[in-house]
Design a protein around this ligand. Structure first.
Ligand SMILES: Cc1cc2nc3c(=O)[nH]c(=O)nc-3n(C[C@H](O)[C@H](O)[C@H](O)COP(=O)(O)OP(=O)(O)OC[C@H]3O[C@@H](n4cnc5c(N)ncnc54)[C@H](O)[C@@H]3O)c2cc1C
Length: 393
């Protein structure tokens, strides 16, 4: 019997294993993940701001597959893929050999080599980093009551991409409650968002982007566009000679793929590998790369697709079908992606959305927030499959 090893229980890895298990392919499926739980990374900003708890965005991986006899879950950290020996090296247990490998190890924070970013910025990458960012923010705001140091009330969010904007939305929603709890003057809190490019939310049309920016500005956020960050100090973010003082620096400038990609000798850029059109690795016909570790050119314009949960899930579906076809002696198909649109929350109650389902819809306000919640709930339901957990045998 063949052994398929899937690395990472994120959106791509979970979806992959669910689809392979459902296909009843004649193979043993081994899913390796460093934590016993899956986390909805699209909701990490909510944990970081304190509007959600880790329990709201996580579920137990082994429990999801408990009834699947052909699935084994290994909780361990991957340290390297030995592509020549077809083995995965693990931190705490013996290496795992594979016939087929699916690498879905996901994303890590990108610092672009900016001095001090790693040491002084708080990234939002997983549950631990989101909780650490939250603790630092709350401790710093709380300290103001005794320190009276204006810097304790200053927050800088680095980058104005999706994660930054969604974090800002949760932050401005949460601050009034924190002010009550910790007794700091809400009107003296200063929030700066610093972005190198001239545009904010470029993936939306101008009207929606302006609405989102105005909403956040109305809640006290100041945007600084065309402002490249050159250094991150412990108490300030620098753009050349301009300092943006801050007691809390949130580092959400962008992501790269898992460092295991470079460590394992893949031909990569920012730990992402340009894959073949059936999602296999060039020269490694037994290996698929899906999710944020892969880079897939959009055939319409030749540019790489952005890294999103939506694409990760679509890739997993395609790669699972291709893997089943290979095992059954069939042929693989090309990955084709049809975007369902983009939704950006601005706190739990509002947002902006550009949706391509049954027509094209531009939404702003509470309807966009409802759309975001529906997508997140559906994704959790599909990945965790509540039904499998409730079945009696
Ligand atoms: C705050 C935030 C909001 C976002 N919002 C959206 C959104 O609204 N819509 C959207 O489509 N996308 C969104 N994204 C992007 C989306 O989260 C990613 O594109 C998606 O998570 C990628 O899925 P993945 O399965 O490739 O990787 P991941 O979700 O990163 O999963 C990787 C898994 O591998 C595990 N792992 C990592 N390293 C190791 C190791 N060495 N050994 C063992 N296990 C390991 C991790 O613990 C994790 O379980 C958002 C991202 C963030 C951070």
């Amino acid at each position: 019997m063949k052994r398929i090893v899937v690395l990472g229980a994120g959106y791509a890895g979970m979806r992959m294993v669910k689809r392979l298990a459902a296909a009843k392919v004649d193979a043993q499926i081994v899913l390796v993940n460093k934590n016993p739980y899956h986390y909805q990374s699209t909701e990490l900003h909510e944990v970081a701001a304190g509007t959600k708890e880790p329990a709201d965005i996580t579920f137990d991986v082994a429990q999801v597959f408990a009834k699947k006899k052909n699935v084994r879950v290994v909780i361990d950290e991957v340290t390297k893929v030995d592509q020549d020996a077809k083995k995965v090296e693990l931190k705490n247990s013996d290496s795992l050999s594979y016939d087929y490998l699916v690498n879905a190890l996901g994303f890590e924070s990108e610092t672009f080599g900016i001095k001090g970013a790693r040491e002084n910025g708080w990234p939002l990458i997983d549950v631990d980093t989101a909780l650490a960012a939250r603790k630092h923010l709350e401790d710093t705001l709380k300290r103001y009551k005794t320190s009276h140091d204006a810097n304790d009330l200053r927050i800088v969010v680095c980058g104005a991409g999706f994660t930054s904007i969604e974090y800002l939305g949760e932050l401005v929603y949460r601050l009034p409650d924190l002010a009550k709890e910790y007794g700091f003057p809400l009107d003296q809190v200063k929030i700066d968002c610093i972005e190198a490019s001239p545009k904010i939310l470029p993936m939306f049309n101008q009207n929606l982007a302006d609405w989102g920016v105005k909403f956040l500005e109305g809640k006290g956020v100041t945007f600084h566009v065309s402002t490249p960050i050159t250094e991150v100090k412990p108490d300030a973010v620098m753009s050349n000679d301009t300092a943006f003082p801050a007691g809390t620096i949130i580092w959400t400038t962008g992501v790269q793929g898992s460092h295991i990609i470079a460590d394992s000798g893949y031909d990569q850029k920012r730990n992402r590998v340009v894959v073949e059109d059936d999602l296999r690795v060039k020269g490694q016909p037994d290996q698929f790369l899906v999710g944020d570790v892969s880079a897939v050119p959009n055939p319409d314009n030749g540019r790489l697709y952005p890294t999103t949960a939506q694409i990760s899930i679509a890739q997993a579906d395609c790669a699972a079908d291709n893997l089943v076809a290979l095992i059954n002696g069939g042929t693989t198909k090309k990955f084709v992606f049809k975007s369902l649109g983009t939704v950006c929350s601005l706190g739990p109650k509002t947002g902006i959305a550009s949706i391509d389902m049954m027509g094209h819809w531009n939404l702003k306000g509470w309807l966009a927030a409802v759309a975001k919640k529906m997508i997140a709930d559906r994704s959790a339901l599909e990945l965790a499959d509540i039904r499998t957990m409730l079945e009696s045998d």
